[in-house]
Design a protein around this ligand. Sequence first.
Ligand code: ADP
Ligand code: MG
Length: 616
Amino acid sequence: MANTNVQQKTQHESKAEMKQLLHLIVHSLYTHPEIFIRELVSNASDALNKARFQVLSGADSFDADAPFEIRITLDSATKQCIIEDTGIGMNETDLVERLGTIASSGTLEFIRQLQEQGKPIDGNMIGQFGVGFYSVFMVADEVTVETRSIDPAGKGLQWTSDGKGTYSIAEIDKPTRGTKITFSLKESAWQFAEVRETKNVITKYSNFVDFPIFINDERVNAVRALWSVSKDSITDDERNEFYKFLTHHYNNPLGYLHIALEGVVNFKALIFIPDEPLSPFAIQNDHPSIALYANKVMIQEDCKELIPEYLRFVRGVADTEDLPLNVSREITQNSPVMAKMQKHIVKKILDLLEDWSQNDKEKFATFYKHFSKQFVFGVNDYTHREQITKLLHFPSSTQEKNALTNLSDYVARMQPEQKEIYYATGDRLETVLANPNLEYFTRNNIEVLLLSEPADIIALTSLPSFETKNIVSIDKAEITIDTPQENTLPEPIALTLMKKMKDILGERVEDVVASKRLVDSPVSLVAGATSMDAQTERLMKIIDKNYTGGKRKLEVNTAHILIKNLSSKLVGDPDGITLRPYVEQLYEGALLMEGNLTSPADYVKRMTDIMTHATN
Ligand code: ADP
Ligand code: MG
C-alpha cells in the first residue's frame, strides 16, 4: 500500500519533450510489456550495488543492517504490484532530475527518426534509451514511488505520477532504507499479477541479479557470479544470457573473453564484444563499459581505468581480490593493480581481434564496420600501437569498391620501385576518387589508400611509417617514376606562363610549377613546403580556429590543351588582364574539387562571364 501519511505535496510539470516521449513509450513501445519487470529490477539492483558498497566501505548509512534484497509482492485479486528494494534510495533532487527527466537529450529525436524510417520500435529497446523506469507506464496508469535515501540526513519522500507529464512529490514517513514502487496493473497487463508469469520473466531477464529476489516471499533467483567460475562450467547460453542482462540488448554478442589471471595481480573478467553499438547514439560512449568488482562486490559501475577510450565499445565485468572494498576513485586512478589489469585486458581484446582478422574475416568485418571509427584512435596508445596498426583497414584504389585492405597486404602489393605507402583524402569517397593528383598513380598502377572518414585520416596521418615504409599523402609525394610526357609546351613558354600565373595568384599559392603527375586535368593543388594534405588542413582548421593553413603549390599540366591555349594569350597581354579570369577559375576549380572553395558566388559569376564571352 502506498503510504498515506503525506505531509506536504508539490506539483511538478515535465518538459514538453518528456511528455512526448512518454506518449511514444506508452503507445509505440508496447510490444514487450514484460520489459517493465526487467527495468524495475535492474534499477533496484543498481541501487543495491551502490548501497552495499557504501555500507561495506564503512560510510555512515541509514538503516545499515537491512539485508540487501528485492521483494516483489503481487496480488492476483486486486492486480496490485509492489517492487521494493533496500538500495541507496533517492533524495528530492534525484526524484526531479533522475526520475522526472530523460537522461540523454537525443533520445526523443532518435525514436522519432526510427519511426519516420518505418523501423520497428519495441519495448526491448527501452533500457538502452535510458528511460527504463518509464516502461512501468506500459502496464500502469498511475505509479507511486516511496523512497528513503541511505544518507542519514535524508527523509522519506513520495513521488506519484500518471505518466502523462505531471508528477507530485511529498514528504512521508519511511522507516526503512530504499525504494518501493507501487501500482495497479492495467487490464491488458493483468497476467503479471500472477506469480508464475512474473517469475518466468525474472528467470528470463534478471537471472544474474546479484541480490536475492523474492516474489510473495518465495526466492526466485539463484545468485551466481558467472565470471568467477571456471570457463568450462558455463554454457554458451548462460554466457549469452548474462550479456543480454548486462546490456539490455537482445542479440548475442559477437565474441567474448573469459580471463582468469593469477600472479602479480589476481583477477577474473568476462568481457563481451557486441555485434552492434550498445548506445544508439553513434560513438557517445555514454553506456558503461567495464564494471569493477572487488571480491564479487561491485565497487564501480563503469571503471574508466580498466579500459582505454578506443575500446569502450566492449561490455563486461572484472573482479579482483587485490583491491580493498573501500577503494576510492583516486586510488583506482593511480593504482598499479588497475594499470596491470588494463594492460592485460587490452592485450587479450587485441589478440582476439587479430585472431578474427586472420581466421574469421566475417566477424572481423562486423566488428570493424561498427567500431572502427572509435578503434582506430588506438594508434595513439604507444604500448599497443604496433598491434593496432596491423588491424587497421582502409579502402584502396586498386581493390574492389567496398573491400578494405590492411597495410601488410598493401606493402605486399607494392610496385618494385615503390618506396612509400600512399594515401589520398577527401570528405567523401567520390571526392577522393576525383582528385586530379590520383591520375599519375592510376596511370602507373600504384596503389593509393582512399581516406574519407575523419577518424581514418587522423589515425593514418599519426603514423609516420609502417614496416619501414613512409606513409605519404599523394599531395606531398615526390614523383619518382618519370613517364615521358608527350606534346608538352616548349619549356621557355611554359616557364613564362607559370611565372605569369604566379603573379596573378600572388600570396594564395607558394608557387606554380610544372606537373609530372597530371594526365587528364589541367591543374591541381599539392602540398607546399609547410602545408599538409588538403583534408588534414581542413581538419586542422576545424580543430584549431586560429589555424590559417599552410600554403600550397599549383601544379600545371603543360601537355593539356587548355594550358596550351592559355599560352597563346601571353602575347599582347603584359599585365595579364586577359589571362587573369582563366587563371583564377583554374585555381578556384582546384579548390572546389577538394571541397575547399569558400566563395562559390565569385566562381559562378566568373564562369558566367567566360561563357558569355565564348558564346558571343
Ligand atoms: P537508467 O537506469 O538507465 O539510469 P532509468 O529510467 O531506469 O534509467 O532510471 C532513472 C534513474 O532513476 C536511475 O539512474 C536512478 O538514479 C533512479 N532510480 C530508478 N529506480 C531507482 C531505485 N529503485 N532506487 C534508486 N534510484 C532509482
Ligand atoms: Mg534503469
